[in-house]
Design a protein around this ligand. Structure first.
Ligand SMILES: CC(C)(COP(=O)(O)OP(=O)(O)OC[C@H]1O[C@@H](n2cnc3c(N)ncnc32)[C@H](O)[C@@H]1OP(=O)(O)O)[C@@H](O)C(=O)NCCC(=O)NCCS
Length: 154
């Protein structure tokens, strides 16, 4: 079952956020701060108060085992680009003990429905290239790469 997070879910959501943060620290240690600092912990409470964001959770066997943070984005037109309106998946993850049971797929379906209900017609996300599992999942549920970040380390 996928639903919006309640205040009392947020501690558990932070356990899941820590797992995702640890994965990012392992894969890109020069970018991500190790541990799960207080600021990062408290940020989820700010997100819940933000009218332009939502926190979604998935429950399986009565356990909150997945979460997504989404942001409703409107960027005004500029000399280069037309106005852009889309929903962005800022954070996303499923507890390792609950993977490959369709939890993430169900969360994406929920977010797609939410996107339409809120009057947006595009959902996007960005991800780190090392994270091949996430890429395989996102492609499986229909996301396509439309832009790339590239780097040279010197
Ligand atoms: C990526 C992630 C969210 C997938 O969650 P999940 O609940 O296991 O995904 P689902 O069960 O809905 O998977 C649906 C399909 O996606 C594909 N898929 C999912 N995980 C995959 C993996 N590790 N490798 C290859 N394909 C994968 C498969 O086709 C799968 O169907 P199948 O199980 O019948 O083969 C989960 O592995 C995760 O939380 N990873 C760590 C956190 C993370 O990377 N978050 C994203 C940060 S940008």
């Amino acid at each position: 079952m996928v639903r919006f997070a309640k205040q009392e879910d947020l501690e558990r959501v932070n356990e899941l956020r820590k797992m995702v943060n640890d994965l990012h620290v392992g894969g890109k240690p020069e970018v991500f701060k190790p541990g799960f600092n207080e600021e990062l912990k408290n940020y989820i409470y700010e997100i819940r108060e933000d009218p332009n964001k939502d926190i979604v959770v998935a429950e399986l066997d009565g356990v909150v085992c997945g979460y997504a943070v989404v942001a409703y984005i409107s960027r005004p037109e500029n000399p280069f680009m037309n106005e852009r309106r889309f929903v962005d998946i800022d954070e996303f993850g499923v507890d390792a003990a609950f993977r490959r049971r369709g939890v993430a797929t169900e969360m994406v379906e929920f977010v797609k429905k939410l996107t339409k209900e809120k009057g947006y017609d595009r959902l996007e996300l960005n991800m780190w290239e090392f994270n091949r599992d996430a890429l395989a999942f996102y492609e499986e549920v229909g996301f396509e790469t439309y832009r790339r970040y590239m780097e040279i380390k010197l």
